[in-house]
Design a protein around this ligand. Structure first.
Ligand code: XMP
Length: 522
């Protein structure tokens, strides 16, 4: 995005687990903001970024520790409003001449209630209105402010934080001990709204504005060159493709790799929608035989993923090579993948599953990247998709993993099992839609189990596969809980699957949360 086009807010990240939520709240208020780790925020950076306001995030360190994270002094001389949150509050106090002390009886974790001070402050307009005279907030701090910096006064207190809300009104510096960005501070959004209004933000970060600017930017970047895009039918690649198509029309060619591990009618739906409905050039790479033959006899989940990932790159490259003059590869990278958050845990985390992606492609093929969604969060991508005219049924789709049904077929993959699985999955999803539950559920699918069980149908004995149904609620797929279907729903669904899908005679429902389970069975 052209940074000069919007007022910008800078979030200095001190390593809080919830820094991204600050950005979410601000984007909801149509404010353009960026998160940058404190180490990168130098004086030069500040000059270049020219924020209209600054927010200091929370963080796990203690300002009482020598060498703890700090912003450059110059941030206080910008003459723009600053809001410090939790650790950010303590940084401000310490930097500006106050005092912070370690724990000792005033640590607060979880729900707390703030009561207003004697003087009103615009930052809290809209608070304390429910008649209780207090406002619920979320605290998570060990250290506390022991003495205010000169110029600051107190505008709200909580039992464990006498300085819960503080401000230097002359300089428009605000500092709060709690986290207004989290769900458990129900009126936190109002606080952010008051802050950005005071800072003079126009609220001009709208999807319509974004769309127009993004289109222009793609045109400037791509010129007359050709762009290729691996279209999966997922929200990110679909929206990226639609946006690039709006910018450069037929200079874009999409490749839809059909690995034979898709859901019932999926390939036809995706290709039909983009080719016929949206007039994109789409190559339907029908490579089912290649993938399925290479997967024959493979039962290890990681080998499945690696095989599919490798073949995917080969296949994509083969089709892309046929597009003369392709110089750019489109990717649906989102902002959460771009944010270089401060990590205090150190060291790479353990790989539970190696998610497949097309990350190795650009270097291998000598392509430049077009990533028009780099500044967006997932729900903003959905909003943009709607702007671009993608149907709601597409935008609201549950996520589907790159390796597809391969990881919903524990053990050895066979064509027979895939066919049975496809049909069972379709009945399950149909049930969910019929009962109006699709949008309440984050992801739902069937898995076919590598066992046959005995049943009785009519007067005969059956010896068929069992399947497991999985439906979870989640925000980001990192943690999840099983969806609490009614027993009636489960009974009706089991009956339908057994009646309508030959090859299955037993249906189970997976009630494992994540952790300890994962969402997929492999
Ligand atoms: P798990 O099973 O790890 O899944 O709890 C979390 C989310 O990631 C998806 N998933 C994958 N997506 N390639 C993908 O593109 C993969 O190999 C893969 N494995 C899991 C899963 O569907 C869920 O949405």
């Amino acid at each position: 995005m052209d940074r000069t086009a919007h007022d910008r807010l800078l979030i200095v990240d001190f390593g809080s687990q919830v820094t991204q939520l600050i950005a979410r709240r601000l984007r909801e208020l149509n404010v353009y903001c960026e998160i940058h780790p404190y180490q990168n925020v130098t004086e030069d950076f500040l000059r270049d970024f020219a924020p209209k306001a600054v927010i200091f995030s929370g963080g796990p360190d203690s300002v009482t520790r020598e060498g703890s994270p700090r912003p450059p002094r110059a941030v206080y001389d910008l003459g723009v409003p600053i809001l410090g949150i939790c650790y950010g509050q303590q940084v401000m106090m310490q930097d500006l001449g106050g005092r912070v002390e370690a724990g000792e009886g005033t640590a607060e974790f979880g729900r707390a209630y703030v009561t207003p001070g004697a003087d009103r402050i615009d930052l809290l307009n809209g608070w304390f209105l429910d008649g209780t005279g207090r406002e619920q907030v979320w605290m998570s701090h060990g250290d506390h402010v022991a003495a205010l910096a000169p110029g600051f006064a107190v505008y709200g207190t909580s039992p464990g934080a006498p300085f819960a809300v503080t401000a230097d009104l002359a300089r428009r510096f605000y500092a709060v001990q709690f986290h207004p960005e989290v769900h458990h501070t129900p009126n936190g959004r109002t606080l952010y709204e008051n802050f950005v209004r005071d800072a003079g933000f126009a609220g001009d970060w709208t999807m319509n504005a974004y769309r127009e600017e993004a289109v222009q930017k793609i045109r400037d970047q791509v010129g007359e060159a050709k762009v290729i895009c691996a279209l999966s039918g997922g929200v990110d690649s679909s929206v990226a493709a639609a946006l690039i198509h709006e910018a450069v029309g037929d200079q874009l060619t999409c490749v839809f790799v059909d690995h034979g591990l898709l859901r019932l009618n999926e390939a036809e739906e995706v290709v039909g929608m983009f080719r016929d409905h949206m007039n994109l050039q789409v190559i339907h790479a029908e490579e089912q035989e290649l993938f399925l033959s290479q997967l024959e006899g493979v039962s290890d989940p990681e080998t499945k993923r690696k095989t599919i990932g490798r073949l995917f790159i080969d296949v994509f490259q083969k089709y892309a090579d046929q597009i003369e003059g392709a110089a750019f590869l489109a990717q649906g990278t989102l902002y959460p993948d771009v944010i270089e958050s401060v990590s205090f845990s150190g060291g790479p985390s353990v790989t539970i599953k190696s998610h497949h992606n097309v990350g190795g492609l650009p270097e291998k093929m000598g392509l430049k990247l077009v990533e028009p969604l780099r500044e967006l969060f997932k729900d903003e991508v959905r909003a943009l998709g709607r702007e671009l005219g993608l149907p709601d049924s597409f935008i609201g789709r549950h996520p589907f993993p790159g390796p597809g049904l391969a990881i919903r077929c524990p053990g050895e993959i066979t064509r027979e099992k895939l066919e049975i699985l496809r049909r069972a999955d379709a009945v399950f999803i149909d049930q969910i839609r019929r009962h109006g539950l699709y949008d309440e559920i984050w992801q739902a699918f069937a898995a076919i189990l590598p066992v046959r069980t005995v049943g009785v149908m009519g007067d005969g004995r059956t010896y068929d596969f069992a399947c497991a149904l999985r439906a979870v609620t989640s925000v980001d797929g990192m943690t999840a809980d099983f969806y609490p279907f009614s027993h009636e729903f489960l009974g009706e669904t089991a009956t339908r699957i057994i009646n309508e899908v030959r090859g299955i005679n037993r249906v189970t429902y997976d009630v494992t949360s994540k952790p300890p389970g994962t969402i997929e069975w492999e």
